[in-house]
Write a protein that binds this ligand. Sequence first.
Ligand SMILES: [Zn+2]
Length: 226
Amino acid sequence: MIKRTRVQEWSKGVLLMGRFEWFGTGCWLLHHNGVGAILELPPYSPDHQESPATKAYNVCKKRKIDVKYILCTHTHIDHFNAKTAREMQGAFPQAEVHLQRGFEGIAGMLNKVYFFDHDSKLDIGGEPLYLIHAPKHSWTDTHVIFKGTAITGDWELNTLRSAHDDKPRYAVPKEAKLAAIDKMSRFEHDYKYHIHKVFSVHANDRRENVDFTALMHDTKIDKAWF
Ligand SMILES: [Zn+2]
């Protein structure tokens, strides 16, 4: 049986369309004035899950949302899946794909794909959407900031530590992490933008009324998880 998930509005214009596979990666729709962006391209189990692309197509059709962008927070396999990416392009052939440069090797085959190195500012129906490269959990980590919400990918918050610190192939060195956290701690000031909500892309961490700059300062401290 194919399980269909219910769309949840986590914040105005920020919709969780579903969580996929056993790791529960979220696929999100960010929208404003009838224009939208799809965030995250997770793998799925076709035998018991609706594909993220089908879900997104139906949600956008029903709500009359024109998808302008396809986005992803980092290259890990539970976030970027080539089959899902191609299906998403099939559902929204007019949409541009905007990804951090580190995706080049795995996403170069897509159409209308644009790579950015540091930051990118997009426009969703007159509302800005920022993509900020900030490696901590992985080298391609991209924070997605829209309507006062920061979707922080798989960032481990309130500690400098990261899940892959013990894996030399994946770990981001401490200096690079500190630089990324510093950059995020300056975001509100530099962009004159107030962030008050923080969501993890897996939809397992939901924070409201957040002091984002203070949260970033706290994330610089090396604290044990347990
Ligand atoms: Zn993940």
